[in-house]
Every structure is written in C-alpha cells, then in structure tokens.
Design a protein around this ligand. Structure first.
Ligand SMILES: [Zn+2]
Length: 251
C-alpha cells in the first residue's frame, strides 16, 4: 500500500482494519489513467547527388552560385566552411553552447538559408567543417516571416576539396521538412536534384562524375591555419584549406 501515507496527517494513527481495506479508495482515482497526449512529428528529408570533379582549382569557387541560375526562386547565398571557433556549432537549442555557436555563425544569413542549414545539417547531408554550401529556395512558398513552408524545397550545391588531388568536388543537395509532410515533395526534390546536377555538369570546368567520398571530419582539435587566407580549419584531416582551396602547410 504505497499510497497509504497520502491519507494520513502526521501523528494520526490508522486503525488496522481500515488500513487493510483502504488502498483502492482514493477519491476520484479512476481504474486507468486518462492521458492527454502531446506529440510533435518533425520530418526532415533531403537528397544529395554524386560529386562532380572540377578542374579549375580554387578559381572554381566563383562558379558555384551560377550553378543555381534558372532554378533559384530567391537570392542565392553562399555559406563558407566554419572556422575552428564554430567547430561545435549545432542547430539544437537544448544545447546552449553549441546553439550559440550556430546562431553566431549563421544569424547573418537569410531565413531560407538558415532553414536549409537546419534541415541539411540535421540529416547530415552537408557538413560545414569542409563544405561550402550555396543555397536558395528552389520550390514552394515562404511564410510571412520569410521561412520556407514544410513542403518547400531548399538547397543548391555543396563543394569540398578532394584530399588526394586538391580538386574541387561539387554535388547537388536539396532538402525540405518541418511540421508536416506531403507525398509529392520527394518527387519534386528528385527532379530539382537532377536539374542542379545537370547545371553542375554543364559548367565549363566540370570533368565528370567522380566516386570520391566526402571527407570524414576527425573528432579533435583541428586547427591548421591557412597561410593563404588565414582560415583556421576545424577539420583535422584537411590537406586543402576548406575555405579557399589552397594547400595547407603542416607543422
Ligand atoms: Zn585558405
């Protein structure tokens, strides 16, 4: 009878016969608890194409925004790789230190770009330790505050430097999501991904699809400083500066 103490004021004694029969008799206690249910289903999804190798080296960075021309339905924004002081940035508000880094790194961007970063970082489709991300609204509407609706498709191209050759590798990336899901968004996303990949392959420096895998960021201190642009990389494996694509000097 673990609830017995609830019935008793301190110092009050309970007759033994009453104690034996009293456990089911708490006033108003139903046989089963009627629970009010609360639930929020967040749905984030995205797609990433294979990578396309570009032969122009660091000069190819300027080509990225042009790959969205004809598909962008908002301003085209470029998000550069994050320096080491933002190495823990994560769009998760219950982790205040990581969230503050994320906000400090991204508050300058548009609502569309921030939404795209939340979706694509949450599902690991991009990693700003080494990716440069060029982004726009691609399909659908924004709300009155300028944030994409759950079925709007955002994205563009993401690039990183191949650790073996130093070539820039560009892939198409799209994403969508929020408090809802619609059946045709996946098909629209696939069509947009194809359009972006076509644009990447049509670029003057494109050499074709490459099987190169994305770099795996090492957990660690990072901290190589680029002698060319001063960028302090949070990406320990980087041979090439994630920001400007020039060779990093070790030691
Ligand atoms: Zn650099």
């Amino acid at each position: 009878m673990p609830l017995e103490f609830l019935k008793r004021k301190s110092g009050e004694s309970v007759p033994s016969d009453e104690a034996e029969q009293s456990s089911p008799s708490i006033p108003g206690m139903p046989e089963e608890v009627v629970a009010q249910e609360y639930i929020l289903k967040l749905y984030y999804a995205g797609k990433s194409s294979e990578g396309v190798r570009m032969k122009a080296g660091p000069r190819a960075l300027q080509e990225l925004p042009g790959m969205l021309v004809g598909m962008a339905k908002s301003e085209i924004e470029t998000v550069e790789p994050l320096p080491i002081e933002f190495g823990q940035a994560t769009p998760v508000i219950s982790r205040p230190s990581e969230a503050m880094q994320w906000i400090n790194a991204h508050h300058v961007h548009s609502p569309i770009t921030r939404h795209a970063l939340v979706v694509l970082e949450s599902i690991d489709a991009i990693d700003l330790a080494f990716d440069t991300f060029v982004c726009s609204l691609l399909d659908g509407e924004v709300d009155t505050s300028g944030y994409p609706e759950y079925n709007a498709v955002v994205g563009g191209v993401a690039s990183h430097w191949d650790e073996t050759t130093g070539d820039m590798i560009v892939r198409a990336v799209v994403g969508w999501g929020g408090r809802g899901v619609r059946g045709d968004t996946d098909r629209i996303g696939a069509r947009l991904l194809g359009g972006l990949l076509t644009n990447i392959l049509a670029n003057q420096f494109a050499m074709g699809i490459t099987p190169t895998e994305r770099p795996v960021p090492a957990a660690g201190r990072g901290g190589l400083v680029c002698a060319h642009c001063g960028f302090a990389s949070a990406h320990e494996r980087a041979f090439y500066c994630p920001k400007c694509g020039m060779r990093l000097l070790r030691g």
